[in-house]
Design a binder for this molecule. Structure first.
Ligand SMILES: NC(=O)c1ccc[n+]([C@@H]2O[C@H](COP(=O)([O-])OP(=O)(O)OC[C@H]3O[C@@H](n4cnc5c(N)ncnc54)[C@H](O)[C@@H]3O)[C@@H](O)[C@H]2O)c1
Ligand SMILES: [Zn+2]
Length: 344
């Protein structure tokens, strides 16, 4: 099981590495985290550590970046006893973990998440992988990090828009599992939250669910709330110049759409939909969607890994704090939900 340590990452990394003997260490970063984050932990690394850096951004979360990583590990003759440290946001932890878990059939890895999104979500749970031919996380596997070292001081250099993106997953965790925390959350906007309490609480919800259902047989599907529509929008806009949506920005739209579905096709009360949509729009603003692109968005939705055959299966809310999964909806339901958002 993954050990999650919260606090000063340099100290925690030093402790983690002192327990390791005779293993080479590789640190995977992207072109931003190598500058902003590596200096915060570098003193704890052994002198001969290997640095691997690939270009930042979702558009580089692909197999050619993996090849770069595997090439560097191979040229440095890293063996199966090597330890990989993924230092970055969700792109680094997803891609670096995938590279580690497949290199020579798998070497151990530690995640040091440096974005809010990866600290509350992506760094824990063992879902690893990359995008492929425009489909999100299409190639990947499950493998868990040995440890996750969470340190909110990385967030100081994180751009505001990225911080807000991560906040979408904080919102999602409250909506599916904790109404009390939701009530507390909505007292402030994302830029006034107390991260030292929000982050451990949020990652706690995720790791609790993952521990109960690692292989996503049931309960873990609740974490997909907002992601069926959200992922399709994220994939579509990734390829439209100037319109790219960050993961959390797409999920924020998906949450409103799927909350609307929860009222239409499940038992959620309308006033809860209004409360959550007002809060999300206050924090994220309204995105102008291209309603002529719905066919393409629907094609992307049919590729969703949560589907069975030709049926799109949704996670819906029963009420704020409680979710259900595998809900089979009429074919036109997602288009209606996106239409609802568009009309807000
Ligand atoms: N595996 C999972 O369970 C899971 C869950 C949620 C999301 N994800 C994935 O996570 C990805 C999104 O993660 P993300 O939002 O962290 O994106 P990201 O990794 O692209 O990071 C966002 C940007 O911030 C930069 N950055 C990172 N840390 C920084 C810091 N401390 N200071 C300054 N800049 C910094 C990065 O270089 C990048 O440009 C998506 O690919 C999504 O699919 C995975
Ligand atoms: Zn997500």
């Amino acid at each position: 099981m993954t050990e999650i340590l919260y606090g000063n990452s340099k100290e925690n990394l030093r402790k983690a590495l002192s327990a390791q003997q005779n293993c080479r260490v590789a640190v995977i970063t992207d072109t931003n985290t190598v500058n902003h984050c590596l200096p915060l932990v570098e003193d704890a690394l052994p002198d001969n550590y290997l640095r691997v850096t690939f270009s930042h951004g979702e558009e580089n979360k692909n197999l050619s970046s993996c090849e770069e990583v595997w090439d560097t590990l191979t040229e440095a003759k890293m063996d199966r006893n090597a330890l990989v440290i993924n230092l970055g946001g969700g792109v680094v932890t997803d891609l670096g973990g995938f590279c580690a878990a497949t290199y020579k059939r798998g070497v151990r890895f530690i995640n040091i998440p440096t974005t809010l999104l990866s600290q509350v979500d992506a760094s824990v749970g063992g879902k690893l992988g990359v995008d492929f031919h425009g489909y999100k996380n299409h190639i990947g596997l499950f493998a868990e990090p040995e440890m996750v070292l969470i340190d909110p001081s990385f967030l100081i250099t994180l751009p505001e828009r990225e911080l807000r993106s991560g906040f979408a997953e904080v919102i999602k965790h409250c909506l599916i599992a904790d109404e009390t925390q939701w009530k507390h959350l909505i007292l402030n906007h994302y830029d006034k939250q107390d991260w030292s309490s929000i982050i451990p609480h949020s990652i706690g919800i995720k790791s609790d669910i993952v521990t109960k259902d690692f292989r996503e047989g049931g309960l873990r599907k609740t974490l997909n709330f907002g992601h069926t529509i959200g992922h399709a929008l994220e994939s579509y806009y990734l390829n439209i110049p100037g319109k790219k949506l960050l993961h959390g920005e797409a999920i924020a739209i998906g949450v409103i759409c799927e909350a609307w579905l929860s009222v239409e096709y499940n038992q959620m009360e309308k006033n809860q939909l209004i409360e959550l949509q007002d809060y999300i729009l206050d924090n994220f603003g309204k995105v102008k969607l291209d309603m002529n692109a719905l066919d393409e968005v629907m094609d992307l939705m049919f590729q969703d890994k949560k589907n069975k055959g030709n049926t799109i299966l949704f996670t819906l809310l029963n009420s704020i704090g409680s979710a259900c999964w595998d809900v089979d909806l009429p074919q036109d339901a997602p288009v209606k939900a996106i239409g609802y958002y568009d009309n807000l």
